[in-house]
Unconditional design. Sequence first.
Length: 332
Amino acid sequence: MPDPFEIYDLLQDYAAGPEPVRAVVIGLVWTYCEAEAVGLAMSPGIPTRTLSWAGTLRGRSLTDLATWVREFEPYRAAVGMAAVNAGLNRYDAIPASVLLEPRAGSANNLAVFEHFLPELRGRNVVVVGRYPGLDRFAAAHDLDLTVLERQPGDGDLPDSACEYLLPRADWVFMTATSLINKTFPRLAALARDAVTVLMGPTTPWLPDLYHFGIDYLAGVEVVDPEQLRHTIGEGGGVRIFDGPVRYRVAAIGIDQSKVWARRLIAETVAEREQLNQDMDAWYRNGTARRFPRLAQLEVATQRLSRLDTCFKRLWDEKPDVHPLPSGKPCQH
């Protein structure tokens, strides 16, 4: 059985960094983390007055907060996931994707379903997670759609129904909140035979998700961090889709993932080489103190190792084919 923590190892490795967190906002619906870039995650739907660490997160490193993504306590896990996305987003790592522009007067939180609508008609569609307005959308377009929800409402099925429904689904739309509540490894395994879309502002732009059976990432691009922070802090939910963020949809089949992985490898190699040069210069100057960016160098080295492993798996599955002068393909 695959290690269910593998995805959380990858998230930590990619996102870790020594830069300090500038702000964390835990809104009613979304959790916001700002460092060099902004990351989001869905807030727990459980009210609490007992966050012992409140007021202590600003100034801590991304590496520190990203470790919380492994936690089972819902608030720590949400902060950890937002920190992971802040770390990933600093690399501008969104692959070739389709931009879903918000439209005035539209339910922009449902833009992903509208994007795939022609392929969903007549198919068995399962949605993991409740999306406001989805019932009206499905009825208007005559979709055969079943919603699984941890706290089911009218017409929903409990998340335990996943064992029965996901293996028979044609399409599965899976909320990336499943990464926070730790149901993702099992849900992804059950949905292997379906076309699977991981979606929502919690979605990490991570090429390795291809290996977990994900076919599309439907995450967000932050276009107005200040307005986003204000909207979240004022209790905003679906309002963030009307301006501060825009949905993007990216296919992560093997060819797209190889292009993406090559890009991240090149960027990480350049980062590591620059850090090595800076460290050599530091010690050549006769400084006895520890190189202050050594932790960043270690993180870059670890990330490069993960990327190399990811690319090898992609290559083993489908090597690149280059034509020889004779016209015959050459694999190497």
